[in-house]
Write a protein of this length. Structure first.
Ligand SMILES: Cc1cc2nc3c(=O)[nH]c(=O)nc-3n(C[C@H](O)[C@H](O)[C@H](O)COP(=O)(O)OP(=O)(O)OC[C@H]3O[C@@H](n4cnc5c(N)ncnc54)[C@H](O)[C@@H]3O)c2cc1C
Ligand code: FES
Length: 346
């Protein structure tokens, strides 16, 4: 049985001013962003989680319900204006009309909402696990993208797939997840959910997907669970072009936080250069936790490769690491702004 909070019944419609698109029905919990993307509109967004502000729009008429009133994507000034909304956090109530900036064309598959079951929690360390869910219908995504898991109490959080989809489309989604103490989703993912429990998957979302031409060298920087999408991206890039130059830098806090070294070994066997860096290497050496260097992965990357203007760069992980990397790479003129693809785990 699907929990009551997961059943989608129509609650409103959204119209996008200035587009040919007519009124779009939005079911319970379906956001303005989801409704527009699902209908093929090239709406702007980043985190789809309320944090970045990329999906700001104006509410011209009607009412929306906010999923997260305090979402940092809106500033105090936005709130004072009164008509500003975050499309990713707004669910239409009745009929509403929204004015949003539009891009040129939608990127990748449109998101869908599909019922799914929780399949497996495979512990990798004290606070990290590989979480597997199976969707009822086939889903397709681009390596590096993420979905929202909508949990039985309605809490929704973003998680990035660790593998490309099976040929054409897949039903099995795997995520590398770190537990946040007391976290609303962590409570479910690290305890509350048992095998067979029903959840919803909404997606795919995300623009930091594998998109490098075969002859372009690539560098990936993964911090913590940012390793998940980086594995999917590296896997796809190697499959597309076996001989390409691919370097993967993986940062972790301590030796025990280094995970999935077997998958890193596969990348290396296929020709990638893999550098694992821990901030604190004082603990004992651990079997299967190969560490190459100490310090910050970003420092090592920039010291090895001071000029990345000819590379594509993929960044995934904690906001502090991604922000620092962007500052030093793009503002520092070391990488081309339009060739840096960012997945910030806000
Ligand atoms: C694009 C993206 C991809 C991600 N991929 C991964 C991944 O692959 N692996 C991984 O471990 N983590 C990933 N994350 C982080 C993940 O989504 C969760 O934030 C993390 O698991 C902690 O969630 P929690 O509910 O347990 O913790 P909580 O502390 O309860 O919530 C975490 C954060 O969610 C935000 N939030 C969103 N909505 C609300 C709301 N309504 N009320 C309060 N806070 C809210 C707050 O910023 C809060 O700090 C990703 C995040 C983003 C944005
Ligand atoms: S996409 Fe809505 S706040 Fe980031």
């Amino acid at each position: 049985m699907v929990a009551a909070s997961l059943i989608s019944v129509g609650t409103g419609t959204v119209e996008f001013a200035g587009t040919e698109c007519g009124p779009i029905e939005a079911g319970a919990g379906e956001t303005v962003l989801y409704s527009g993307l699902r209908s093929g509109l090239p709406l702007p967004y980043g985190c789809a989680s309320g944090g970045c502000g990329s999906c700001k729009a104006s509410l011209l008429a009607g009412r929306v319900r906010s999923l997260w009133d305090a979402a940092p994507g809106l500033t105090d000034r936005d709130r004072r204006r009164g008509d500003r909304i975050l499309m990713c956090q707004s669910v239409p109530v009745g009929r509403c009309v929204v004015q949003a900036p539009l891009g040129d064309r939608p990127e990748g598959p449109a998101p869908v909402r599909v019922p799914a079951v929780f399949r497996e929690r495979h512990r990798l360390g004290a606070d990290t696990a590989l979480i597997t869910v199976c969707t009822e219908q086939r889903l397709t995504w681009m390596p590096g993208q993420f979905v929202h898991l909508v949990l039985p109490d309605g809490v929704r959080r973003a998680y990035s797939m660790t593998r490309p989809p099976a040929p054409r489309a897949g039903r099995t989604l795997e995520f590398l997840v770190r537990a946040v103490p007391g976290g609303s989703a962590s409570r479910w993912l690290f305890g509350g959910l048992a095998e067979g429990d029903r959840i919803l998957v909404e997606g795919p979302y995300g623009k930091a997907h594998a998109q490098s031409p075969p002859d372009r060298p690539v560098v990936c920087l993964a911090g913590g669970t940012g390793l998940g999408p980086v594995l999917a991206i590296a896997d796809r890039l190697q499959a597309e072009s076996a001989g390409r130059e691919l370097r993967v830098y993986v940062g972790a806090r301590r030796r025990e936080d280094v995970v999935l070294t077997d998958r890193l070994a596969v990348l290396r066997d296929r020709g990638a250069s893999v550098v694992v860096v821990v901030e604190d290497a004082t603990g004992p050496e651990l079997a299967g936790k190969e560490v190459h260097r100490t310090g910050l992965a970003l420092d090592h990357l920039l010291s090895d490769l001071p000029d990345l203007t000819g590379h594509d760069v993929y960044l995934a992980g904690p906001p502090a690491m991604v922000t620092a990397a962007l500052r030093r790479l793009v503002r520092g003129g070391r990488a081309a702004a339009d060739r840096v693809f960012v997945d910030k785990f806000l």
